[in-house]
Design a protein around this ligand. Structure first.
Ligand code: NI
Length: 286
């Protein structure tokens, strides 16, 4: 009886709690409970056979959230749902999510400036409203800004109307701050539904996920981050990192990894570019 109690009640409860604790912010913790997010890597069947393995950092229980494999979206919406460039040249794109954050974003911007390297920042509207100067700084220093929703919404659980609201509200704010509306959307958790990609395509957006996951959101050190990046890096890669996070999240590993990454890319003959250059697509919608 005790064993049954352990396996049926206590163990799942502990797993749930540890999943919550290992996640990043109170904002996300709510999602973990309501959205039943877990941190298991996606099965290999979710990954495109054509491109290199696409590491997935979070996944949702299919019973509660409709998960559409990226390979399906890539096939159905070529050019409008992307995880990497074509790889014809040795170009890669550094991308930083969940910005702006006054603890980490200025440090990452300082390092990029020092190394004359440009990146793409996927901005949360709610944080841009709080720290507008940091968004202006990104653009002033030559970086590209993309849309990461307003409140880090899990689009796989959002209606089309609330998806549009998340995108448009962030767009309007970014247009006021930067003078342009971004063309690239990075869905929180990488999760998005076909009808949302379709609406995005019809309205001139491109949904941009990644093929290289640094897994830096788990507060790991820079050596581990570099090892994660090297695993799937190839010409055309889009690298996922974070320059913002929740209160309990320590991104000093990312801050330490960025100069290492820039030096590594140079040594291997890669050029770091913004996502628009990588894809050969406009990054602005006017
Ligand atoms: Ni995010």
């Amino acid at each position: 009886m005790r064993r049954i109690l352990w396996t049926v009640v206590i163990l799942p409860l502990l797993l749930q709690l540890s999943a919550s604790a290992s996640h990043t912010s109170s904002m996300y913790k709510v999602r973990l409970i309501t959205g039943k997010v877990d941190t298991v890597k996606a099965a290999s069947s979710d990954q495109s056979s054509k491109s290199a393995a696409v590491p997935r950092r979070k996944r949702y229980r299919r019973s509660s959230v409709r998960h559409v494999p990226w390979s399906v979206l890539q096939r159905r919406y070529p050019g409008s749902f992307v995880t990497r460039g074509n790889g014809g040249r040795k170009l890669v794109a550094l991308t930083f999510d969940d910005v702006p954050d006054p603890r980490y974003t200025p440090k990452v911007l300082d390092i990029l400036a020092k190394h004359h390297t440009r990146a793409t920042f996927f901005v949360l509207g709610s944080r841009a409203a709080k720290y507008p100067e940091l968004v202006k700084r990104m653009v002033r220093e030559g970086h590209l800004v993309g849309n990461h929703s307003y409140s880090h919404a899990l689009f796989a659980k959002s209606s089309l109307a609330s998806y549009r609201k998340q995108i448009e509200r962030t767009d309007q704010l970014l247009a006021r701050l930067t003078g342009y509306r971004p063309r690239f959307i990075r869905p929180p958790y990488g999760e998005i539904l076909p009808r949302q990609v379709e609406w995005s395509r019809e309205h001139g957006y491109i949904v941009v996920n990644w093929d290289v996951d640094s897994v830096d959101w788990t507060s790991i050190g820079s050596d581990k981050i570099m090892a994660n990046i090297r695993k799937t890096l190839q010409p055309g890669s889009i690298i996922l990192q974070h320059a913002g996070g929740g209160d309990s999240q320590d991104l000093s590993g990312t801050v330490n990894a960025v100069p290492k990454l820039i030096r590594y890319l140079k040594a291997k003959g890669y050029q770091a570019v913004t996502v628009d250059e990588l894809l050969g697509q406009r990054g602005l919608r006017g």
